[in-house]
Structures are given as C-alpha cells and as structure tokens.
Write a new protein. Structure first.
Lengths: 135, 166
C-alpha cells in the first residue's frame, strides 16, 4: 500500500470517465456505506443515491468526461487521500456543451489487497469563489 | 424526462438516502465502531470553538490537504494557517463554525466524517455573514491517536447554481 498503488486503483476506478472503464468498476471501488458529495447536489449522498445521479447524467449527456488535473496521492498507513482539480465536461442532450470546473478529494482505505473508496467529494470552483467576501 | 427519471426524483432519492443514514447507528450496523473517532472529531471541533488554535493545528497533520470554502485552490497546512491568520487578524467581531448532523465511518485506521456546517459571524464594518456548506474530512489513526489528513468544505451555492445546463 503506497501512493503508486493508490494512484493505480483510483485511476482504474475513474477510467469510465477518463478512458474505457465501466460504471460497474467505478461503483465497485466505493464501499457500500460510502458517503459522497457531488458538485451538482447540495446533499450528502449514499452510494445508491450517487449511482442514481450518475444514471441521470448518463441518460441525459453524451461525451461525458472527467479531466483530472494535478492529482496528488498521499498515503498514511492504510489511509489514502486523493486530491485534484477536476473538469466534468460533456454535451447535454438538446443543449450546447457543458463544463464544470471543480476540485476533488477522496478518502480511501487499504482493505488488505486493494484500495477502496470511503468518500468522494467534488465541488465547483464557483462554490469557493461566490460570496467569499461579505462586502 | 425519460423512463420516469427526473431531477426532482433524483434529489428526492438523495434526500431519502441521507435520511436513512443517521450517523453512528448506521456505521455501527455496518460493523464499524466509530465511538473513539467521534470523540476525536468532537474534541477537534471544540478546540476551534474555544479558540485553542495550538490544539486545533496539532490535530491537523503537517502534510494534510485542505480545500477551504473561501479559496478555490488546494491548501497545505501552512496555507490554511495563513488563511485563518487573515481572518483572526481583526476582520471579525466574532465567528463560529458549527457542524450539523455528522455521519461517521471507520475502516481500520482510516476514518471519515461527512456533514454540513455553517460558518457564521459578524465581520467588522459589515452586517453578518453565514456560509452554509457540506464538508468531508479524512482521518488516520497514528500511534499518538487520530489526526486529520484531509478536509474539504464547499458552500451549497456552488452545488446549486448552474447545476443544470438549461
């Protein structure tokens, strides 16, 4: 368990958005009781609700991609932390195109043979910019 | 709308998902004892509430990664301290950070908490300010105990504004 294996397992999970992976592999990476925060939804999601949202996006967009920028993989014993900049982009059906520039963190743990995701948190940059000053 | 799928439905499902989680009970049911970690988290929150910044920073690992709600860049611990120093350098008459309904998970020496929070207070020469947000934290249990290794805070407006393309 080191930063290289964390990068390998996390990148493999995200391959559905960055290459030729599958949604099954993406969701399998996360623990069944994982807690997730998506950039499009102002609630904490459990895994089923997160899958439901991804299904909604898959139905209503084409060319859906995640561009992961400047990823950083940090390991503390059996704990792995991934942080990165992220652009979620694609073409909504019957609309032009869409880009959501975001930041991302993932809390992972080593289960003895592989890294598993306990959390994925994505938030748009505008969340960190709008209203950051009170006046 | 296709196949009976709607955004309203997705949000309702999301809300229902949250409603059924309920923190420690759900975590215990899954076989993970969160009590020790919950104590560490609440102690950490208390250090901030009481202004014990030495203890607050001591809980944050030196290489922790932080996304603060006011800054669109990844921060180191030093960068985070610099930002906090900016805030406490005479800009506020008073402020507080309040976590709401935290949900805990523990997997061996790895723990995470997902919750909502409100950062509120009164800036000098301005009315008052509230920033409602979601936050997640990653923690690791070192020999000396639980320490925070990641913290991501994101205000709700960024999860709502422009969430739909048209």
């Amino acid at each position: 368990m080191d930063a290289q294996t964390l990068e390998r397992d996390f990148s493999s999970a995200l391959a559905v958005f960055t290459g030729d992976g599958s949604y099954d592999d993406f969701f399998a990476f996360f623990e069944d009781d994982a807690l997730l925060v998506n950039e499009d939804i102002p609630f904490i999601l459990d895994k089923d609700a997160y899958k439901d949202h991804m299904g909604f996006l898959a139905e209503n967009m084409s060319m859906l991609e995640w561009i992961v920028r400047e990823p950083r993989y940090q390991v503390y014993g059996d704990t792995g932390i991934v942080s990165a900049e992220l652009t979620v982009r694609g073409k909504p059906n019957n609309a032009g195109f869409r880009q959501r520039h975001s930041v991302m963190t993932a809390v992972c743990h080593w289960n003895g043979s592989a890294w598993r995701g306990a959390n994925l948190h994505t938030s748009t940059l505008l969340a960190h910019i709008y209203h950051m000053s009170p006046g | 709308m296709t196949n009976g799928f709607s955004r309203r439905g997705a949000l309702a499902a999301s809300a229902a998902g949250v409603a059924t989680l309920s923190g420690p009970e759900a975590a215990q049911a899954a076989g993970h004892d969160t009590s020790e970690f919950e104590t560490a988290f609440r102690t950490f929150v208390q250090t901030l509430a009481t202004g014990d910044l030495d203890a607050f920073y001591a809980t944050i690992h030196d290489s922790a990664v932080i996304f603060d709600e006011d800054i669109p860049f990844r921060l180191t611990k030093a960068g985070f301290k610099d930002h906090i120093d900016f805030h406490i350098g005479g800009l506020w008459e008073g402020f507080s950070w309040q976590d709401r309904d935290p949900n805990f998970r523990v997997y061996g020496n790895t723990a995470m908490v997902a919750s909502f929070a409100t950062f509120r207070g009164k800036p000098v020469d301005a009315g008052y300010r509230q920033r409602h947000m979601a936050f997640t934290q990653g923690w690791h249990k070192f020999d000396e105990g639980w320490r925070l290794v990641s913290w991501h805070q994101s205000p709700f407006d960024g999860h709502i504004l422009e969430a739909s393309p048209g």
